[in-house]
Design a protein. Structure first.
Length: 146
């Protein structure tokens, strides 16, 4: 009986371990990145300029995403009303901008003082960042867990 349980456990582990491999990869400027990152359908009025999503084949949930979104007052309002965010300034903002995991060249390319930088007020497990270009209103979103 013990042998069967161990055998079933091994099969279950291999099956579960194999599942994450099927959803792993790197997707750049792919229309599915919004759903991969946020587990929801992208609103029609959200215009994504660039996106990148990475998912590890590891058995734990390891990911990173980056979005460049055209200025969108409705999305900005929704982010700030549905999430408790706090603005960072000075070296805290610089550290938050620099503490992104392997960002693509297009992600928030200006100096940190060109952006309003926001993080969760009480950071859950993750590294969510919102950077908003002060001049253009372009919204940059990123998060990672490795």
């Amino acid at each position: 009986m013990t042998r069967k349980i161990h055998g079933l456990s091994l099969v279950a582990m291999l099956t579960l371990g194999g599942c994450c491999c099927l959803t792993s990869g790197t997707w750049e400027d792919d229309s599915g990145n919004w759903e991969r990152a946020f587990k929801s359908t992208k609103p029609d009025d959200v215009k994504i300029v660039h996106s990148k999503h990475w998912r590890s084949p590891h058995w734990t949930y390891e990911f990173a995403y980056f979005f460049e979104i055209e200025a969108n007052a409705k999305l900005k309002e929704q982010m700030f009303t549905q999430n408790k965010l706090r603005q960072l300034a000075g070296s805290d903002a610089a550290n938050a901008k620099e503490d992104t995991w392997d960002p693509p060249a297009w992600f928030a390319p200006k100096a940190v003082d060109a952006y309003d930088v926001w993080i969760y007020e009480e950071e859950p497990r993750g590294n969510f960042r919102v950077l908003i270009d002060k001049e253009t209103g372009t919204i940059f979103l990123t998060d990672h867990q490795v």
